[in-house]
Design a protein. Structure first.
Length: 163
């Protein structure tokens, strides 16, 4: 029978530490699957790879991996790592907004143009972060979002299934 009364000695720290470990482990899985995809992409060396396709793959590959991991070990934390992706994107965005502009570095750009040109290279790269904004900001965040979505598909299916 389940424990209905909470003891004064039970502060929940054991459960909290397990959740934190699980959260960071799923972040490592998501970023590891994305990094593996990137290494494979560099090994294949497609010279004309469109950044939109890379962004799409940065979502789909970790989504598939998150789906597979959650099928084997259902864990609620796997569906919450999108928060880490959001926080990462916000940190990188603040870093970009704090950068000075100049010739060959998004000269006279506003905040919106600075972010879209740096993070998405749209309509052309900004020159900030050596034109590696998608690699440092957008694609890892997309991987965390994708992993979380893939895990949520499995978790939602398990909840909907009658016991």
């Amino acid at each position: 029978m389940a424990k209905l009364v909470i003891d004064d000695d039970d502060d929940g720290s054991e459960r909290l530490s397990q959740q934190a470990i699980s959260f960071f482990l799923h972040i490592l899985f998501a970023l590891g699957s994305w990094l593996g995809m990137m290494i494979l992409g560099y090994a294949i060396d497609p010279r004309s790879a469109n950044q939109t396709i890379i962004l799409l793959l940065s979502v789909l590959v970790p989504m598939t991996f998150g789906n597979l991991v959650t099928r084997f070990k259902a864990d609620e934390m796997a569906g919450h790592i999108w928060l880490a992706g959001l926080i990462w994107m916000l940190i990188v965005s603040l870093w970009i907004l704090d950068m000075p502009t100049g010739p060959n570095a998004c000269f006279e750009c506003g905040a919106t143009e600075k972010l879209t040109r740096t993070l998405f290279s749209f309509p052309r790269p900004s020159g900030l972060i050596d034109n590696n904004g998608p690699f440092f900001g957008t694609w890892p965040s997309a991987a965390l979002f994708g992993y979380s979505i893939g895990a949520r598909f499995v978790l939602a299916r398990r909840k909907a299934r009658p016991a």
